[in-house]
Design a protein around this ligand. Sequence first.
Ligand SMILES: CC(=O)N[C@@H]1[C@@H](OP(=O)(O)OP(=O)(O)OC[C@H]2O[C@@H](n3ccc(=O)[nH]c3=O)[C@H](O)[C@@H]2O)O[C@H](CO)[C@@H](O)[C@@H]1O
Length: 381
Amino acid sequence: MKIIVIAGTRPEAVKLAPVVMELRRHPEITTLLCNSGQHQQMIDDTFADFKIVPDISLNVMSHGQSLAVLTSKLYVAIDEVFEKEKPDWVIVQGDTTTVMVGAMCAFYRHIKVAHIEAGLRSYDKFAPFPEEVNRQIVTRVADLHFAPTRLSYANLIKEGIPPEQVFVTGNTVIDALLWVRDFVKGKNDFLHIDVQKALEQGKKIILITGHRRENLGDGLVDICNAIKELSYKYMDCLFVYPVHLNPLVQRTVRSILSNHARVLLLPPLSYLHFQALLNASYLVLTDSGGIQEEAPALSKPVLVMRDVTERPEGVQTGCAKLVGSDSSAIVKGVSELLDNHDAYIKMKNAKNPYGHGHSSERIVRAIMDASGLDIGDAEAV
Ligand SMILES: CC(=O)N[C@@H]1[C@@H](OP(=O)(O)OP(=O)(O)OC[C@H]2O[C@@H](n3ccc(=O)[nH]c3=O)[C@H](O)[C@@H]2O)O[C@H](CO)[C@@H](O)[C@@H]1O
């Protein structure tokens, strides 16, 4: 049986790496990994942390191209791969343009589609844009749907997907995180020297990431102003921000936060370095989807700088809080956790709803089972 796994961006690389490793444990499966090139450099670096090299690399990005141009290039490039390789299954993860086009190209050729992280919904077509619509399109054509939680499972059932095609697996991001955790735990050499010094001085590390499209412009300006204010207010903290490569993000963040005491701006970190930093952090301030899932697995309270999230499970169990991107709300949210130890401990101890690290095994077993390769024990709920 031949399977093509398609990945386009850094978060897809993180969440697909454990699936690729699991697929490669089965000699009856030929696995080809295709990098669509949506985040060319960041994706190769992320796979390298897992010692994985993509088999196929497509070169579809060019400066300033519209979503429509990217989409059309992906259709041509991915279809050529399918024409040549003739896979039995295509695996996609999440909701990027790569994912939507990969699923559609497979559908056109009657190739089966397995969708990982299926059923996430905000039901607002512009938040996140264009991901909410991408994932709904993939749901329409997928043959197997791997929902990370019961809530995402329920969304799919409500939309009429037959229950026997849907599996609750947990999120593969937890498999990835556990895989690297032991590698980085307690190893200071994965930490920036300023972070090491701050920890030695007993300072708290506040980890920040912010780059979502909905926050670009005024939202990001507000976020940066909040960090600046917090850095003046809390002398015992170091605010560490690995800044995404998007030039719009770089420009805004650097213009407001460069050269401020207690603010450390870093380039995007490799997955190993990022996980070491997350492990060393006291709390996390982010608009990222994946980090909302990772932080609770390491018992780090996470404040989400968005108004809506398609990952409400963390908010429901109490390990995450939505603070939006308004400056005063961010300052209030962080201050509450820094000033009120009980509130901090309550969030820290809240239940992680995103899985326990066996998602990839369950996914691969279900695909093998559906192909008559193995009886398997992945259970449809
Ligand atoms: C709506 C939404 O939320 N959509 C999600 C969003 O994905 P995201 O928000 O999770 O993306 P990021 O924040 O970029 O990545 C996070 C991963 O990267 C690691 N990381 C981070 C910083 C660093 O310096 N080094 C690293 O290694 C980190 O540990 C984590 O695993 O967009 C994708 C496509 O746009 C979607 O598919 C995905 O559903």
